[in-house]
Design a protein. Structure first.
Lengths: 532, 299
């Protein structure tokens, strides 16, 4: 709050560029239509909460959310069909609708669709994974009474749409101020969604508080870095920062101090180690559909933003900061792979796996070549769908107290439900990076981009980390197939339409990108690059 | 931190700083930093909020000395006036007696966090200090031009260059409002409990105590909430002491309380007899004796 006021006063102090030239900025409505549809539907959803009776809300909200994402997808497809290759910037340069932004929008809309399906599911858990009345304190008489009911807080749908809109804006934000507000718009609904689990509510609320406090701290870092960069360049636009950084007559202290603090905020959102400490607790405590949404979509947004900031604004100074991000990538891969080995909870295990994957993604991000950008975007798409389906499967294995996430409860699962065990095995193999899955292609393109950019030592470390991480994926597979099931073990619920559709979508994309990666790779590499 | 930034802004005034401005800065800057530190270090949430008010007011004054009059007054009216007061209302509603837990869950965490935090602060401050020497200096503001420090310049920025972030913050506000409703408003029908149900719950131990909290009591010398209630034996009922209000009155009435509870100077049974034996005792016994006699006569 304070820093932003200081910033505004600073913005006033600058008169080199007369603001806005006195006229309203040009807006290319067609290009930003997907964002408008998502935010509009979210606002309508909030209104519907106020006017609809309780029993109608769920069906209307689900319909509205799916309609919004499909509508945004159609608008997006229409725009992509004849979008200018070099991309455009619109609304006074606040948004840059270029090829990477469009690819990431497509990814986010598809992943958001899958996540909404998981969130909407009411067949696995009667009434859905969300609490009926979030305001009731856990453990009270009222709480025990509401556990018997089958309602849910249908505000989760508009909140999820707001988060999705924030993510899409974040990927396309062309100045740091827009990026900061988009970061908040995507984070705030996620903090709320984390605390709304129906079962194990205290754990869920603890996750929400942890995520909120640490996220606010990371946002403060981002904002402070933004202020320093503004002091350096006299502008918050990425292109102006790049221009300022190209000339060397100014103080580098502000530039690198600002970059450092800014990147801390971004790395936090991408759950890259050593800024990962929230990840396992939040992934475990949040309702599983929300975990799936966070793991898949937030990573896309965070790395999309990081790609744009590093490539557009800081490419000319990459020599100075790249070494630090090398270190961060190594730390992230090592933390993810080694701590993943010690986990006994499936959700925590996938959380540590996501930290290791964040390290791999960072390798592609700091390559800073066209190939690196397209490889990272492909990896994001592939990883997003795999992890979405994996969390979908996790939500199916249940016992009387809710989801059975302890690894010992998964022993002998193949004997109870061969199909689910096979699907989960396939997804784990994709996370490992076995050929014929999307995970292999993703790792292959990222690592080859890194080698071409002269980062062979980093790739060697990444390969070792992948091998270590493979151990804990394989351990689960061995546990499912070669152990005797426990007497009072969990049962595998028969999923309803929504969860089935989401898991099928995730698995299908994982297979498709493994067998025919060129379909998407061609688009990712079609490359007009970043417009700014 | 903000002081250093503000200094950067001060220096940006075309490189020349008038004496009055420098004096104002060196008074306001340390005040702003002190307010920020006080906000973090204060144990009481209300004190924290008031420290923050100090920081905001100092910043507002710095804006005014920068000739950004509109921004300065907005800072005072909106942040200090509206937002902070709202903040205080929320704190008062949520209960201001909640204090931090001082249990350290991870051993040595506080020490490590303190050292690293101070290290980072030193790093950033020296970095900013060094960079101030070769920062590009911006032109001074002219509050009388449409682009300057008045509302016009701010309006042009908000509705021109930064139109999209401005509109986007609407989404943020909607989410915040929905979130607050979601976490605090319980929309379900609340059937009020009957007295019988309440009594049953009390005696099942679902409440802290079966009876209501003690009132001021028979021997109360005042009906203020700060006056503690006295139990039948005269001792202070601990439940009647408010945790929020400092019970100064309890100290004031210590002697009376001790007297009533019998912990003060002993009321000795012999004190009635020994010193005034000649005067009162015979009379007393005499009355009793006469009474007994008359009863005996009746019988």
């Amino acid at each position: 709050m304070l820093t932003s006021s200081v910033l505004t006063s600073g913005l006033l102090a600058q008169q080199g560029q007369p603001p806005g030239q006195g006229g309203a900025p040009e807006i290319d409505y067609l290009a930003i239509l997907p964002i408008i549809i998502i935010f509009g539907a979210a606002a309508v959803g909030v209104l519907l909460e106020a006017v609809l009776p309780k029993h109608q809300r769920w069906s209307v909200q689900v319909g509205l959310s799916i309609l919004a994402i499909v509508g945004a997808g159609l608008a997006f497809a229409y725009y992509v069909s004849d979008a200018p290759t070099e991309g455009i910037t619109t609304i006074a340069g606040a948004l840059s609708i270029d090829q990477p932004a469009l690819f990431l929008w497509g990814t986010l809309l598809a992943l958001g669709f899958g996540s909404i399906l998981l969130i909407a599911d009411r067949s696995v858990e009667p009434g859905g994974a969300f609490v009926a009345e979030a305001a009731i304190r856990p453990g009270t008489v009222q709480d025990r009474a509401q556990a018997q009911t089958t309602g849910m807080q249908t505000e989760v749908f508009p909140l999820a749409l707001f988060a999705l809109g924030g993510m899409m804006t974040f990927c396309a934000a062309n100045d740091l101020l827009t990026m900061f507000i988009a970061l908040e718009v995507l984070s705030l609904p996620l903090y709320l969604l984390c605390g709304l689990a129906r079962r194990r509510r205290l754990l869920s609320q603890e996750a929400a508080v942890k995520y909120f406090l640490l996220g606010a701290f990371a946002s403060a870092f981002f904002l402070y870095g933004l202020a320093l960069l503004y002091g350096y360049a006299g502008s918050v636009k990425l292109a102006d920062i790049a221009t300022a950084a190209a000339g060397t007559d100014r103080s580098d202290a502000l530039l690198f101090g600002g970059l450092g603090l800014l990147v801390v905020g971004l790395l936090f959102k991408g759950s890259v180690g050593p800024f990962h400490t929230w990840t396992p607790d939040v992934y475990q405590g949040a309702p599983t559909p929300v975990t799936a949404f966070m793991a898949a979509c937030t990573k896309v947004a965070a790395f999309g933003g990081m790609l744009r900031v590093l490539t557009v604004a800081f490419e000319s100074t990459s020599w100075e900061w790249r070494g630090v991000l090398w270190g961060v990538a190594i730390v992230s891969m090592v933390i993810g792979a080694i701590l993943g080995l010690t986990q006994t909870d499936v959700k925590r295990m996938i959380a540590y796996s996501s930290i290791a994957h964040a390290g791999f993604l960072l390798i592609g991000t700091i390559a800073l070549t066209d190939q690196g950008v397209s490889a990272t975007m492909f990896y994001l798409l592939a990883y997003g769908f795999t992890t979405l389906a994996a969390f979908g499967v996790v939500s199916l294995v249940r016992d009387s107290s809710g989801e059975a996430t302890h690894l010992s409860q998964w022993a002998g699962l193949a004997k109870r439900s061969p199909l689910i065990a096979a699907v989960f095995t396939f997804l784990l193999l994709a996370l490992t990076g076995i050929p014929l899955t999307s995970g292999f292609v993703g790792k292959f393109v990222v690592f080859s981009a890194a080698i071409e950019d002269g980062m062979a030592p980093l790739v060697v470390i990444a390969l070792v980390a992948s091998a270590v991480a493979a151990f804990f994926y394989l351990r689960v597979i061995v546990l499912m197939y070669f152990s005797e099931p426990a007497e009072d073990g969990p049962t595998v619920s028969v999923p309803g339409t929504f969860t089935t559709a989401a898991i099928t979508l995730g698995v299908a994309v994982t297979v498709l990108l493994g067998v025919l990666p060129t379909v998407v790779l061609d688009w990712a590499t079609a490359g007009g690059g970043f417009a700014s | 931190m903000s002081a250093v930034l503000a200094q950067a802004v001060t220096l940006a005034q075309g490189g020349e700083v008038s004496t009055g401005e420098a004096v104002a800065f060196w008074i306001l800057g340390p005040a702003a930093v002190a307010g920020a530190l006080g906000m973090i270090l204060a144990r009481n949430a209300v004190h924290s909020a008031l420290w923050l008010v100090l920081t905001m007011l100092s910043l507002a004054m710095i804006y005014l000395t920068q000739r950004a009059t509109f921004l300065g007054f907005t800072q005072i009216i909106v942040y200090t006036g509206a937002i902070m007061m709202l903040f205080l209302f929320v704190l008062m509603l949520a209960g201001r007696d909640s204090s931090d837990s001082v249990v350290e869950v991870l051993r040595g965490q506080r020490l490590a966090a303190g050292l690293l935090g101070i290290g980072l602060a030193v790093l950033v401050v020296t970095l900013l200090g060094r960079s101030l020497t070769d920062t590009q200096i911006a032109a001074p503001l002219d509050p009388y031009s449409p682009e300057g420090g008045g509302a016009g310049g701010l309006g042009r920025l908000i509705f021109g260059d930064f139109l999209f972030p401005f509109e986007l913050s609407a989404a943020l506000l909607i989410v915040a409002a929905v979130g607050a409703m979601l976490l605090s408003h319980s929309g379900g029908k609340k059937t009020k409990k009957t007295q019988r149900e309440l009594v049953e719950e009390r005696f099942r131990g679902q409440h802290d105590r079966p009876s209501p909290l003690p009132g001021p009591g028979v021997f109360a010398t005042a009906n203020s909430v700060a006056t503690p209630a006295l139990l039948p034996d005269g001792s202070v009922a601990p439940e009647s002491l408010s945790r929020i209000i400092d019970s100064a009155a309890a100290e004031e009435f210590r002697d009376e309380i001790r007297e009533v509870s019998g912990t003060g100077p002993e009321a000795d049974a012999h004190a009635l007899i020994t010193p005034a034996e000649g005067a009162e005792a015979p009379g007393g016994e005499g009355t009793d004796g006469q009474r007994a006699d008359s009863e005996g006569d009746k019988a």
